[in-house]
Design a protein around this ligand. Structure first.
Ligand SMILES: [Zn+2]
Length: 265
């Protein structure tokens, strides 16, 4: 394993026709895969994939936008049952983190926020119990409400495990507050087609960042407009080296070690 995609969703239906080929392309390219659940069903399918393959692991949790989703409510699970099941899944040896969980002020109504906070705190408790890190999904609101500051306050209050802000899109101040609290941030293929993140990539200590695709979303250059997949995380590593003006091989090795340390893999 030379690279790692720490956050992707090859458990999603987008890969139903050729999932094994996608996995093989990643393995042939030396890319390890961490598949993330967004509800109980996809958390279970992430575990099944990890059980079947080498250099694959799973993350289990309920995405903040799924907390009040009708499909969760219609599944017959009460909120209590969902977290009971999550607590059980968290103990699986191939589960390396809990999430993606957190606060999404962008896609939700403000009336949904109390339920998100409650669910976030439940995820943190499960992570603390399991002794596994947190994979955070945090998005600020259109009105400027800072979800990063709110999520970090909750983390500081209750988390006893490492935490990563996936698909980080906050400010430099947000990033520095995360680092000061002992957290990390991860970046996707957006680095390859916008300069919006260059200042963050240059300012961050290399030891504090990780790489992901968030596939099937946000394909990097030169795969724009097509479905994303874990093998393309190599483009993210290349972009980080280019933006920082550092040796690609050195950057690759440090980014890999960051993930190995964070997830204990
Ligand atoms: Zn995701």
């Amino acid at each position: 394993m030379q690279y790692i995609d720490i956050h992707g969703h090859i458990n999603f239906p987008e890969y139903d026709k050729d999932r094994e080929e996608v996995i093989k392309r990643a393995q042939d390219a030396g890319v390890g895969i961490i598949t993330v659940g967004t509800d109980i069903t996809t958390s279970k399918s992430a575990i099944e994939l990890a059980e079947k393959h080498e250099n694959m692991w799973a993350i289990v949790g309920i995405h903040p936008t799924e907390i009040k989703a009708p499909e969760n409510r219609a599944s017959g699970f009460s909120q209590e049952d969902v977290f009971q099941e999550l607590r059980r899944l968290a103990l699986h040896p191939k589960v390396v983190a809990i999430g993606e969980c957190g606060l999404d002020y962008f896609h939700c109504k403000s009336s949904d926020i109390p339920a998100q906070v409650e669910a976030f705190e439940k995820h943190i408790a499960i992570a603390n119990e399991a002794g596994k890190p947190l994979m955070l999904h945090v998005r600020s609101g259109k009105s400027g409400a800072n979800a990063y500051a709110d999520a970090l306050a909750i983390i500081k209050e209750s988390a006893k495990v490492p935490f990563d802000f996936h698909f980080f899109a906050g400010s430099k101040d947000d990033m520095e507050a995360i680092f000061a609290a002992g957290g990390t941030v991860s970046f996707t293929g957006v680095l390859t087609f916008t300069k919006d993140y260059d200042a963050l990539i240059k300012a961050a200590p290399l030891e504090k960042i990780m790489t992901e695709t968030d596939c099937p979303f946000v394909s990097p250059v030169p795969h724009r407009g097509k479905r994303n997949e874990p093998a393309y995380v190599i483009e993210v590593v290349k972009a980080i080296a280019r933006i920082r003006g550092e040796d690609e091989e050195k950057v690759r090795e440090i980014l890999l070690q960051n993930a190995r340390r964070f997830f204990s893999i």
